[in-house]
Each structure stands twice: as C-alpha cells, then as structure tokens.
Design a protein. Structure first.
Length: 339
C-alpha cells in the first residue's frame, strides 16, 4: 500500500494521477476536509482521467493528529509526504512549525514504527543552503547558514528535513526532493488564486510590477515523475533539487502575460519600493486585521538573483526537464478554459 499525504494539493493530486497512470492502483490518500477531495477529482476530470479516481482509497487524517495516522498507516509500505503549510505571513510562524516540522516528525516516526520500506519527502528550494563568498551556484550540498535571515517557511522546511535525516539515521530509507516554484493547472476558480497559480490571475488583472530577481521553476508533471523514479530506484539518503530553469521574475511574468494576451507590467519594483511595500503591508494588516501579502523576507527574496543547480537529478536519473515556456502554454490554456 502506498500512502500519499497532501493528496488534495497541487503536487499530491498530480502524484496520485501519475501513480495511477503507471499502474500503481494500491493507493491511499489522506484528507482533512471532505470538500477538499473534490479538488482532486476535478483535477482528474480536467485531464479527462476521471475513470482512475475511484482507485484511490481516501481516509480522513491529519499529520499532526497521531490517532488518525495510526489508522492511515495500516498495511502501508511506502510513503510520499507531500502535505505542508505554505505561507510567508509572519503571523503563521507557529502553524508553519507545527505542520512542517512536528507533522513531518510524526510521519517519520510512523514510517519507522510500521517498517515502511521508503519515504519520499517533498521539501523546497527554500530549505537549500546559503552561498558562501567563494560560491556562485546553490546545490544540494550548499551549507545552511543559521546566521542568514530566512523566512519562517524556509526554517520550517529545513526543520522538516532534519526530521527526515533523523529517520534515515534510525534506518529508514529516504529521499528528499527540493522543488522550485511549481507551475501546474488549478482545478477550481479558487485554486487559480492560490500559490503559483495566482501568477496567472494577477497578470490577467494587469499586475503592474516586476523585479529582476530570479528563482528556479519547474512543471508539476516533472516533479511527480522524478518522485516516482527516485522511489522506485535504489537511491537512499539523498536529496535532489528539482527545477527545470532559473528565470527572472520579469522574464516569467512577461512570458505569461504574452501567452495570455495580457498587458505586461511597466514598473520595476526596486529595493526602496519593496521596502516601503512590506512596511505599509504590515501597517495595514495590523490596523485592518487583514492577512499579510508581503513580508520583509518575501520582499528581499524578490531581488535575490542566486542560481540553483539541477545537475544532480539530471545525472542520477538521466532526466530531461520539460522547458518552462512550452509547459506554460499548457497551463495558460487550462487557465483560459477555467476562467
């Protein structure tokens, strides 16, 4: 039995579909709210694969609720841990740590206790290390510097990785993937307002700003393919950065705008403007009790131009990533049909 956590999220839902398409029919996925299951079913329908959906065994459980996990782990021999809290709102620090660190520790503990054969943990490029003065590109071996300012999200994902490495030291076979910004289609109108899908909704509305910072980008289909390949390999005790390309935010935003036939932004958000922005956002959030949209660290990250290497996974699996431009054509097509 294969257990997938986070099966109602972008990666988890695509992973379930990919596993089923490749003959893995002994699947169990956990969910917190029954309404969330519909998001995954809608995604299957989006790809015209609705006939595969009934092969998933759904079980209500939460990674921070140990009694529910006791039931979820019955007869499980491999685990894909996709569930996580993603937020760059400083007010979410406690929840980020609880879900991404404590929740991952629970998954690791159950894997050890139930003699699970292998665990694949979905981390993030946010948990990769920090460049030293003599380094020019971030890789899986770049060391984490605790003296450098990191977002609460990054710290929580790094802490989650530490729990996975603890499990490995106790004899659990593990593999970690560190995806960059993951592009993929949403299955609902609300979904297009969340995560990386919000790029498309904002650009359609005429988002006016861009920056010259950069990040690593990857198609969700590449992420899940690599996860399955690593789990079915002899690889153990390694982590892999999963990005297709390093691109500037300007380049990505302009590319999406062009493919959507939308207006391209005209204002470069330089450091002074971003610094003003996160301060005003914090003030408005306090006064009007609204959710933060721009934190100090998020503002700084928009100017970050560090490059990230994907050489390890390409060499290990002899893998060729789908070019971001061609995949964006597909996502934009889904966006137009959904909106």
């Amino acid at each position: 039995m294969i257990l997938v956590t986070g099966g109602t999220g972008l990666v988890g839902a695509h992973l379930l579909l990919h596993l089923l398409e490749n003959g893995e029919h002994n699947l169990r996925a956990i969910y917190r709210k029954e309404s969330h299951i519909q998001k995954t079913k809608s995604l299957f329908d989006l790809y015209h694969k609705g006939d595969l959906f009934p092969h998933i065994e759904w079980l209500q459980a939460d990674i921070i609720d140990i009694p529910s996990l006791e039931i979820a782990f019955q007869n499980v021999d491999s685990v894909y841990h996709c569930a996580a809290k993603i937020s760059f709102n400083p007010n979410d620090e406690d929840e980020l740590r609880k879900v991404n660190i404590e929740g991952t520790a629970n998954i690791v503990n159950f894997c050890i206790d139930k003699n699970v054969k292998k665990l694949c943990h979905v981390s993030s490029i946010a948990a990769l290390g920090d460049l030293a003065q003599n380094e020019t590109i971030i890789s899986e071996t770049t060391e984490w510097n605790p003296e450098v300012l990191h977002s609460d999200y990054a710290i929580s994902k790094y802490g989650g990785e530490m729990e996975v490495w603890r499990g490995h030291q106790e004899g659990l076979k593990v593999v970690i993937v560190n995806p960059g910004v993951i592009f993929g289609p949403a299955s609902t109108l609300q979904g297009w307002k969340e995560g990386s899908c919000a790029f498309f909704t904002s650009i359609k509305k005429g988002f006016p700003f861009y920056t010259l910072g950069s990040s690593g980008y990857v198609a969700v289909t590449d992420v899940v393919k690599i996860m399955r390949l690593l789990m079915n390999s002899e690889v153990n005790g390694e982590r892999f950065t999963v990005i297709a390309e390093n691109r500037t935010y300007k380049d990505i935003i302009f590319t999406i705008a062009e493919k959507m036939g939308a207006s391209k932004p005209t204002i470069e958000a330089q450091s002074w403007l971003l610094n003003l922005g996160w301060r005003l956002d914090g003030l408005f959030s306090t006064v009007f009790r609204t959710k933060r949209k721009l934190s100090k660290h998020a503002a700084q990250s928009l100017l970050n131009a560090d490059l990230i290497s994907n050489e390890r996974v390409k060499q290990q699996l002899n893998y060729t990533f789908e070019p971001i431009d061609s995949y964006l054509n597909e996502v934009v097509d889904y966006f137009k049909r959904s909106n």
